[in-house]
Design a protein around this ligand. Structure first.
Ligand SMILES: [Zn+2]
Length: 131
């Protein structure tokens, strides 16, 4: 049995540094993010680290027009569930895309985003990253 190499704290530290890391079950290959104690697929606890490319596509999204307290100036903005290449999905803020141009299937790339005094998970259009 291997200890999970990635804690939630380490995961968020990575986000701040512009890195996405997940864990992958060494028994069945299921990837998980953020870190979990046991594999949701096979119930084992045999995680190994998995560095994510950060590339994925928008699986679903919602536009926040009334933001939580303190973030009113940032609204409206979109939060998307992004299906990453490695098979895990992650919620993040969509940046650098006009709200009416966001669509399911849009290719995006992870980018850390500054929101108030926090770094949050963001996704920018993939084509911008390649340029
Ligand atoms: Zn498993």
């Amino acid at each position: 049995m291997t200890d999970a190499p990635a804690t939630l704290h380490q995961f968020l530290e990575g986000v701040r540094a512009g890195r996405l890391t997940a864990i992958r079950c060494s028994k069945c290959g299921t990837a998980a993010i953020p870190p979990k104690q046991f594999c949701p697929e096979c119930g084992q606890r045999a995680w190994e680290p998995l560095t994510l490319s950060g590339k994925g596509t928008v699986a679903s999204f919602t536009v926040i027009r009334v933001a939580p307290r303190g973030r009113a100036a940032e609204a409206p903005y979109a939060i998307a569930a992004v299906q990453l290449e490695e098979g895990v999905s992650l919620l993040g803020r969509v940046v650098d895309v006009p709200l009416d141009a966001i669509a399911v299937g849009l290719p995006v790339q992870f980018r850390p985003v500054q929101s108030l005094d926090q770094t949050v998970i963001g996704f920018a259009p993939a084509k911008d990253v390649l340029r």
